[in-house]
Design a protein around this ligand. Structure first.
Ligand code: SF4
Ligand code: SF4
Length: 374
């Protein structure tokens, strides 16, 4: 039985929910949502859970991750309860609750804490990078101020805490979602098929494509290449492609600096996708094209900006390497690129970015259960 938390309604507002208690349960939001169906009923049901303070129901739900934040439900709500913002706030709340250190709670609730934490990480990563080049002139000077061992070990501690907290968050979510799984009949549920469906969804964004299809939708007759699902797709695959290219570069070393090398071609294509997706997403937010883009939290702005800067500086470095340019400015750009890229990886489990692992897991549970019902 789910425990009632009387503070939940006020708590969730700190994560970006609007006046969701204004909801009078009409069901318009659920009727208009293209992703809800007989087996997954949202967002209305979660507004009820939130008003009643049933936070365990929320933390054990896969449905909050099935919402793609298109904002259509918020456009149609007669009470301005902001069901779309509320669903996004639930996801932030869940990320913060699964993460064990409590840092994510502070980051999501307080902009100054988020800024300070980001600056602290940048400085620490910058110092840590100098420990990888101990013979550099700047490194030698730095180690006279702060000993090499202190910087190096602090860097390792930060990386370890981040890794452990990410794994902890994922296991916590898995255990919570497992509690609501209906026991399957033998042969009805297929682990491999469910994951295949997840990969298909990530590859095509089929479910996202069904969002916001009302006749009055801003996106109704817009080309697919500028629609939110494709922007999301570009950012996600751009980032994953760059991650893979970086790992291949690291393993393959020298040949990877040649522009025609497969890992470089992958990096170039992935970088283009990332810059394309983030540029459009930032533009939509500046122009506030739809309700979804009207209110962006600082953490989301910074996340997008980091991705964009990582993409642009990556291209700068690729061109510099191709032309053999060895200027001081290029070294500074390399430092910025490396810090931002590592910061994105370190912030993974402590930010909205975590949805990149939580959503596939929730989709897995969803597809597995769908198979059992069919
Ligand atoms: S449309 Fe608004 S008022 Fe109606 S159920 Fe949804 S959130 Fe509540
Ligand atoms: S934001 Fe879009 S996907 Fe999410 S609940 Fe509302 S209508 Fe559905």
């Amino acid at each position: 039985m789910s425990r009632i938390d009387p503070e939940f309604a006020s708590e969730i507002k700190k994560y970006g929910a609007k006046d969701f208690s204004a909801c009078f349960n009409c069901g318009n939001c659920t009727a208009v949502c293209g992703l809800t169906d007989k087996s997954v009923n949202f967002p209305r049901i979660f507004l009820r859970s939130g008003i009643l303070g049933l936070k365990d129901d929320i933390l054990q739900s896969r449905e909050i991750w099935l919402c793609y934040a298109c904002g259509e439900c918020s456009e149609t709500c007669p009470r301005q309860a902001g069901p779309g913002d509320y669903m996004a706030a639930l996801r932030r709340y869940a990320i913060a609750s699964y993460e064990p250190t409590g840092l994510t709670k502070l980051i999501f609730k307080s902009n100054p804490v988020f800024i300070l934490f980001t600056i602290f990480l940048s400085v620490m990563l910058g110092f840590f990078l100098f420990t990888l080049k101990p013979d550099h002139e700047v490194s030698r000077w730095l180690f006279t101020v702060i000993p090499y061992a202190v910087i190096h070990n602090m860097g390792l501690v930060i990386f370890s805490i981040t890794g452990i907290s990410m794994a902890w968050g994922l296991i916590t979510m898995y255990l919570k979602l497992s509690k609501t799984v209906v026991k399957s009949e033998p042969g009805k549920s297929n682990f491999v098929n469910a994951w295949r469906e997840v990969v298909k969804e990530l590859g095509t964004m089929n479910r996202y494509q069904t969002c916001d299809k009302e006749d009055d939708s801003y996106w109704k007759n817009k080309p697919a290449a500028i629609q939110p699902w494709f922007v999301h797709w570009s950012i996600m695959w751009g980032f994953l492609g760059l991650l893979l290219a970086t790992v291949l570069d690291f393993i393959l070393k020298d040949p990877a600096t040649a522009i025609w090398w497969p890992s470089r071609i992958l990096g170039t294509v992935a970088g283009l996708l990332l810059v394309y997706g983030t540029s459009l997403s930032i533009t939509y937010r500046f122009k506030k094209v739809t309700k979804t883009y009207r209110e962006t939290r600082l953490a989301d702005w910074m996340f997008l900006l980091f991705l964009w800067v990582a993409g642009i500086t990556g291209f700068w470095l690729e061109i510099s390497v191709a032309f053999g340019a060895n200027y001081l400015l290029n070294h500074i750009v390399l430092l910025i690129h490396t810090i931002i890229s590592m910061e994105l990886v370190l912030l993974f489990g402590f930010s909205k970015f975590a949805h990149a692992i939580y959503r596939p897991l929730a989709l897995f549970f969803y597809f597995r259960e769908s198979q059992q019902k069919n």
